[in-house]
Write a protein that binds this ligand. Structure first.
Ligand code: WTA
Length: 674
């Protein structure tokens, strides 16, 4: 495909002006590599408000990671919310900080910087009054309302560490996160609202707290002491006296000013749980100084931010994209940031473009899965709205296929807007590989070039660094300020996950190709993480849930390409012997182990996934097989399952090390349900 070139020669005066031209980009990138400390100290002094500005850049590195975390700006002191709120009062008090649209079109709130500052201060005082203090962990389990952002900022302001749990997660998942983080306060709401449906957030919180109590039974002084409840729908909820308190009552009589608690640069700002290839979700820890620097820097650089922009990132604050590019990055830059409670298809597929017309978004940031879903609904939903305000269009979360990219470019952007395909991860804190709008020449499907401060490296499976045009494992050399420092309460797992694959480099878990122009093309996860509609899920999480069911002896779960969702979930099931269940097994009596599936079983398994993980964890396809393909040492060869699920069974590679090569034929021939 021939590249689409957008205005190549300058960014506007309103942007950071870091890379007006590609020559500047290459110069700045080289400088950031040659003198990283000077580069990042300069950036943070320009973009962040410090109580005590740092004189130290990076301390430590990947080499000593097993023994010690690396740090950025170690001698600096600040509170990230001062950069997001207080400093804008002098120049932007009346500017809209948060522009919110509720579930119903036209239900709009505009919160100015002075109002947001007051609201955050009031809630900070409320939290302190409830006994929450610096270093305490607080779970935020809410829908997309401005109070979710206010809750995050209030926690940060008092030095508490928030952990936002996406509102789609189940009571089990919520309870696990409460337990892992040791949170004693949960902020939730009566009900969320999405596409006309109420989501029982308080009821799920009650269920989760009961699970936590069971788990901690007998341990004095532990458990959830406070549940703050925001009223959204007024729906019926249960109430536990002494533990539950309405948001409005907690704020009653509290002052609307609050002195931010100054912390060291490395003080944790938040924990956000992500799925990995093994076991339970990992609590990624981000810090005040590095994270706020990196999100502010990347937000203004990548999107060519201008003072009068209306920046619309339609992610959920329950994921990292919402943290970095709805809340922290835009507010640190004094931008108007949009928050959206509903879905792209409610009440119809024109919702985004209707809002573009009404709110005059200038920058719009979404996920490829939404683009594909909307493209499938036809162009008329786009065409009937005026999109002339749009200047920059962004994507994140998964590789974007050329068809979706072309539709975004032509149909949505009318060939006029720059598209930034931004590659990054929860672990990276902010965007790492992306065009810089509008300077970088873009080509559909490529995240193009690394931002200043980022040095991608590709490695072969054998651990050899690949130069020039190549495809391999994507790693990043040298730490940057936005990177997670550890996994909450499990530093060894952090070291093992990210630093044991390629010695001395951060391993991303992604595969990647570098073309002849040095452009990067992300090919997808190479580990056992599946990316469904931009939601990261571990295959091991599914497998653990499936074998809980009495009919299932073993399970192997892999992703497969899906037209809308990017990846779908395919489960290979080995049924328990009839003696375990009394029902399952070979009903046809053939003894090949590939029948015994019923729609009821599939539904029961999906209900279990929903209950244990969340509403977004749904298996698309099942097939029953006689056994998993294992090596003689008992390791499952997932490559074989993946190839079969991808519909490429002719290309299984070497299967000579399998304990039972015959099982492969049964897997290839197994009937697929769903
Ligand atoms: C994938 C989301 C291709 C990738 C911010 C990564 C992408 C995972 C892109 C992180 C992109 C994200 N092109 N793939 N532009 N952006 N990914 O932690 O596999 O939810 O490792 O962070 O999403 O997902 P996470």
């Amino acid at each position: 495909m021939s590249p689409h070139y957008s205005v190549p020669d300058r960014v506007s005066a309103g942007s950071s002006n870091i890379c007006p031209t590609m020559a500047d980009y290459h110069r700045v990138h080289a400088e950031s590599m040659a003198h990283p400390d000077a580069f990042w100290l300069g950036i943070t002094k320009e973009l962040v408000e410090w109580e005590t500005p740092p004189t130290i850049g990076l301390e430590g590195g990947y080499a000593g990671i097993a023994d010690e975390q690396f740090t950025w700006y170690e001698d600096g002191r600040l509170n990230a919310t001062i950069s997001c709120l207080d400093r804008h009062l002098a120049t932007r008090a009346d500017k809209t900080a948060i522009l919110w649209e509720g579930d119903e079109p036209g239900d709009v709130r505009r919160i100015s910087y002075s109002q947001l500052h007051a609201d955050v201060c009031r809630f900070s005082n409320a939290l302190e009054n409830l006994g929450v203090g610096s270093g305490d962990r607080v779970i935020i389990y809410m829908g997309m309302v401005p109070e979710a952002a206010i809750a995050m900022l209030a926690c940060a302001r008092i030095g508490a560490i928030h952990s936002v749990v996406f509102g789609g997660f189940s009571a089990d998942s919520l309870a696990n996160r409460v337990l892992d983080s040791g949170s004693r306060c949960i902020i939730t709401m009566d009900e969320g609202l999405r596409a006309g449906k109420a989501i029982p957030l308080k009821a799920t919180t009650d269920e989760a707290v009961a699970m936590v109590e069971d788990e901690l039974a007998g341990q004095s002084g532990a458990g959830v002491e406070t549940v703050v409840v925001l009223k959204r729908t007024g729906g019926q909820i249960d109430w536990v006296e002494g533990r539950d308190i309405w948001w409005s009552d907690a704020c009653e009589g509290q002052l609307d000013s609050h002195q931010a608690h100054i912390v060291s640069a490395e003080h944790p700002l938040f924990i956000l749980y992500t799925s990995g290839s093994t076991g339970t979700p990992k609590g990624q820890v981000h810090s005040h100084g590095g994270y706020i620097t990196y999100t502010a820097f990347t937000h203004r650089t990548v999107f060519d931010l201008r003072e009068d922009d209306v920046f619309a990132c339609v992610a959920d604050v329950g994921w990292i994209t919402g943290h970095s590019y709805i809340v922290y990055g835009p507010l640190a830059n004094g931008a108007t940031t949009f928050m959206f409670e509903s879905t792209p298809l409610y009440p119809d597929a024109g919702r985004y473009w209707d809002m573009v017309e009404r709110h005059k978004f200038t920058i719009f940031y979404t996920a490829p899965t939404a683009i594909r879903a909307l493209a499938a609904q036809g162009d008329e939903f786009v065409a009937k709205y005026d999109r002339s305000s749009l200047r920059v269009l962004g994507t994140v979360g998964e590789p974007i296929n050329p068809e979706a990219w072309e539709w975004y470019w032509h149909t949505v952007g009318e060939g006029r807007c720059t598209i930034v395909d931004t590659w990054w991860q929860t672990e990276t804190g902010g965007i790492c590989i992306s065009p810089i709008a509008p300077a970088t020449p873009v080509v559909g499907g490529s995240a193009t070039l690394p931002l200043p401060g980022i040095q991608p490296r590709l490695f072969s499976a054998e651990g050899e660094m690949l130069e020039g045009e190549a495809e391999g494992l994507l790693c990043i050399e040298h730490p940057w300020p936005g990177q997670t420092r550890t996994i909450w309460d499990d530093h060894p797992r952090y070291v093992e996950t990210y630093f044991s694959t390629i010695d001395g480099y951060y391993f991303t878990g992604d595969g990647c190709r570098r073309d002849e122009n040095g452009y990067y093309w992300i090919t997808g996860r190479v580990d056992d993480v599946i990316n469904v509609s931009g939601h990261r899920m571990g295959t091991a999480e599914f497998e653990a849930v499936l074998v809980e069911h009495e009919a299932i002896a073993e399970a192997g779960v892999v992703g497969f390409p899906h037209d809308i969702k990017g990846q779908g979930v395919h489960a290979f099931l080995i049924l328990a012997a009839p003696s375990k269940t009394g029902t399952a097994g070979d009903e046809d009596g053939q003894g090949d182990g590939t029948s015994g599936y019923s729609d009821e079983l599939g539904q029961a398994l999906n209900q279990l996934c929903r209950r244990r993980i969340g509403a977004h964890a749904r298996i698309d396809r099942f097939c029953v097989i006689p056994g998993l393909p294992k090596t003689r040492s008992g390791k499952v060869m997932r490559r074989i399952l993946r190839k079969v699920a991808e519909g490429d069974p002719g290309n299984l590679g070497d299967i000579s090390t399998l304990a039972e090569p015959a099982v492969v034929e049964a897997i290839v021939n197994a009937e697929v349900h769903g």
